[in-house]
Design a binder for this molecule. Structure first.
Ligand SMILES: [Zn+2]
Length: 214
């Protein structure tokens, strides 16, 4: 089923511009770690590219997560490969359900660098079960949810949180697809270590291929 625009008709995919936030982007420096610096970088990028939403990051290698003990418990390999696509848009931007779905689980993950408010939906696409994860939402997005709550394609699902509630980032949506949530509730790894990349790239297919916007 063709996907509905994640930010609705007011911010259609033809206003999206792909941005490189990888370790290879030397101009970015440490900006991802600081919401204000990150926003300045993105604003400059969008001004230069004539877009309104910056996006990208599937399987991108990032330096960001090395600063958070949450992602890198002692003795574990560093998790630096990003498993979703980030869509950078202003705080309060409404997120619409891309397909019919129902609520699998949700949580407010308040550790610095984590998702903040996050929702997982369950879908059936082309006869197959698939889960979608929406991270870095506003706290208000979690009001009124219950397991199995249905969202029709194009129905308002949530809105983007600001740095005070979204884990400490410039406002953005972390959108990830998951074949098997492995028992996670209101959570799923959004980054992984190189050693587990082959597993996760199978369990978390490329969201852009499913959204079909570009
Ligand atoms: Zn992300």
């Amino acid at each position: 089923m063709k996907a509905y625009p994640l930010f609705g008709p007011g911010l259609p995919p033809d206003t999206f511009r792909e941005v490189d936030l990888s370790i290879a982007n030397k101009a970015l420096g440490d900006a991802l770690r600081d919401p204000a610096s990150c926003q300045r970088y993105l604003d400059g990028f969008l001004a230069g590219s004539g877009g309104r939403v910056a996006y990208g990051g599937y399987l991108e290698r990032r330096a960001l997560y090395q600063g958070f003990s949450h992602f890198n418990p002692e003795g574990e390999a560093s998790r630096e490969f990003h498993l979703g696509v980030d869509f950078w848009a202003p705080e309060g931007t409404v997120v619409y359900a891309p397909w019919d779905g129902k609520v699998h689980s949700w949580a407010n993950r308040t550790e610095p660098g984590d998702y903040g408010p996050v929702i997982l939906l369950e879908h059936t696409l082309a006869g197959q079960g698939l889960f979608s994860l929406y991270g870095h939402l506003s706290e208000g997005s979690l009001i009124g949810l219950y397991p199995g709550k249905e969202f029709r394609q194009g129905e308002a699902l949530a809105s983007l949180g600001g740095p005070a509630e979204n884990g400490g980032y410039a406002p953005h949506l972390h959108f990830q697809l998951i074949r098997d949530p492995e028992g996670y509730q209101g959570d799923y790894p959004g980054v992984c270590a190189r050693a587990s990349l082959e597993y996760y790239r199978k369990n978390c297919p490329d969201p852009l291929a499913y959204l079909g916007y570009f």
